[in-house]
Write a protein that binds this ligand. Structure first.
Ligand code: PMV
Length: 328
């Protein structure tokens, strides 16, 4: 018997970052983190478990799954197969609506969609909390792509206590994430390598010390919609993460000269009373966060910059959901 399901899940942009793994098997973080789901950066995943398959297989954007990616997928599927007491292998077809592995969270949307489609196909009855826990096993940040809107990942210290929850619906705040693409190609240092290097930086311990206060301040700014405070915490947090890469052993960087040019442009916009703030995940592309009334002006300014290949506007959205057979 074949078992089939289809799901769609958004990528998310981290406002407070998950960086460094306290437990690399369970993907447990050192700190709580926050994110917003992105409505124009989604993965659609179709999964079919079949007794005739000899191994897991599939495609991402038409390209066959192989190597590390396939191994991660199989490892993840084993966790839900185990719970469902099923041994069938799966065929997966995954499509992203945005550039893969360019710091736009394709592993978050990918594993969130796979979690929902996989558990539905195996007819596992999971709560949102359980879905978030499973998604975390695939990729930590995927735990945050399950709930709606604005999301907090509660760090926890075990599989059961580490999961994400929605702290506000998508319509809570009119934020716009203008993803400013300066490097559309696959990044050179994977996020997994970045996580592993984080703790080699002498700045990492300081970051961990500072985070509890920053986490509380970010939660308050988000809930109270205090954009100026939100923006200043966002940028400090960005550097707190990225300075651990510059000072790691060996050092590396996701930030490129083109990313810096975008960041500096925002200072000029702010001097003209146009509020827009930056953050970057593990890639050179800059997530420029502004509010709806300023979005057109900011997007226009960004598009005119040398080195900017594209600007992808994203607004807050719901989390992962199942799709019917016909639904787009
Ligand atoms: O979930 P991962 O292992 O792809 O790690 C995500 C790391 C960052 O995007 C840099 C930060 C975050 O919290 O999403």
């Amino acid at each position: 018997m074949e078992r089939h399901a289809r799901a769609i899940a958004p990528a998310n942009i981290a406002f407070i970052k998950y960086w460094g793994k306290k437990d690399p098997i369970l993907n447990l973080p050192f700190s709580h983190s926050f994110s917003m789901n992105l409505d124009n950066a989604k993965t659609t995943t179709e999964i079919t478990f079949s007794p005739t398959l000899q191994a897991d297989e599939g495609t991402i954007n038409g390209k066959p799954l192989s190597g590390e990616e396939l191994a991660r997928t199989t490892q993840f599927l084993n966790s839900i197969r185990e719970r469902a007491k099923v041994t069938d292998f799966a065929h997966i077809k995954s499509t992203n609506s945005f550039p893969t592995a360019a710091g736009i969270g394709s592993s978050a949307s990918g594993f969130a969609a796979l979690t929902l489609a996989g558990t539905a196909a195996l007819q596992l009855k999971c709560t949102e909390k359980e879905l978030s826990q499973y998604a975390r096993l695939g990729s930590g940040s995927a735990s945050r792509s399950i709930p709606d809107g604005f999301v907090e990942w509660i760090a926890g210290d075990s599989h059961e206590t580490s999961y994400a929850v929605s702290i506000a619906e998508a319509n809570h705040w009119d934020l716009v994430d203008l993803i400013t693409v300066v490097e559309p190609d696959r990044k050179k240092v994977s996020t997994t390598e970045g996580h592993a290097l984080a703790q080699t930086s002498p700045l990492f311990a300081k970051r961990i010390d500072e985070l509890p206060k920053r986490v509380d301040a970010m939660r308050t700014a988000l809930l109270e919609k205090d954009f100026a405070t939100f923006g200043s915490i966002l940028e400090i947090e960005t550097w707190s993460m990225h300075l651990t890469t510059f000072t790691a052993l060996p050092p590396m960087s996701y930030i490129s000269p083109a990313s810096l040019a975008v960041m500096r442009t925002l200072f000029e916009l702010r001097a003209q009373d146009i509020p827009a703030f930056y953050t970057l995940d593990a890639g050179a592309n800059v997530h420029v966060i502004t509010r709806e009334p300023y979005s057109i002006q900011v997007e226009k300014t960004l598009r005119e910059l040398d080195g900017v290949v594209d600007v992808l506007p994203n607004r807050p959205t719901i989390g992962a959901r199942l799709l019917d057979q016909e639904e787009k």
